[in-house]
Design a protein around this ligand. Sequence first.
Ligand SMILES: *Cc1c(COP(=O)(O)O)cnc(C)c1O
Length: 328
Amino acid sequence: MATVTLADIRAARERIAGKVERTATVRSPGLSAQLGVPVHLKLEHRQTTGSFKLRGASNAVASLSAAEKARGVVAASTGNHGRALAHAAKLEGMRAVICMSRLVPGNKLDEIRRLGAEVRIIGNSQDDAQQEVERLVAQEGLVMLPPFDHPAIIAGQGTLGLEMIDQVPDAALVLVQLSGGGLASGIAAAVKGVSPGTKVIGVSMARGAAMKASLDAGRPVPVEELPTLADSLGGGIGLDNRLTFAMCRDLLDDVILLGEDEIAEGIRHAYAQEREIVEGAGAVGIAALLAGKVKPNGPVLVLLSGRNIDMDTHRKIICGDTMVERAA
Ligand SMILES: *Cc1c(COP(=O)(O)O)cnc(C)c1O
């Protein structure tokens, strides 16, 4: 069966060296004291373009043939993949078209346009945006680079796992965001490849957790896409999922779901205690620890995956609003 191996991830690390930052990992004194075990934060929200998605996008673009590069790339994206792909394509001098649903916040859209990509806004769900992608592939010959279910994307995200376990080799538990599962698949393959005893737990929001629902059902299932503070975790896993469903099923030790107020608490803690601005998706690992939903018995490694939050929304959350109404 198709999968992504540790060797694929190591090859991706070579391919994208110099194109992405090696982000820092720091110990959180507050969370370490609260949990009674060392808690380390991987500051990947400081990655170029504001999220880890640049790793997968850079690896996928660098893996294209010269003929494919000449045709250009297209993707559906809730924002961060689109932004990363726009950046990676621009570096290669390639055309990029990004298709997204109306749920995507305006700040993410503006940034993608600034990076020189064409933006198409289609429908109310990731699936609607995906149909436009397929039309552009068929009619204009663009190469589709999907946000998660693609071997080069998963291998690229896996380079983050290699860095994390390199920075904290004694990690007993890694907490990783879970949406389409490209991130969790890549990180789990890397971490368990290097350190088989380390547990990897996926964290999603309760509002529209597509991978969790699919794992419970034993096959990819559709879920209704709902507004959430963790907007980068929205969207389905694809009913014809090729890679990430099986990899998450086989590699993840558990999946945790969080309520909106718990996610808001994670954003507040990141800001007030760690002095970090993170988006909702980026804060779910911290939120899972604060909510007492994981009970680690050794060093914990928590991924902060992105920082692309609308600053008005961020300010409202910091000021205590948990039910932030969504403008998008
Ligand atoms: C895309 C994204 C995720 C989830 O990644 P998947 O590969 O879809 O599971 C988590 N956090 C941020 C900030 C993201 O942009």
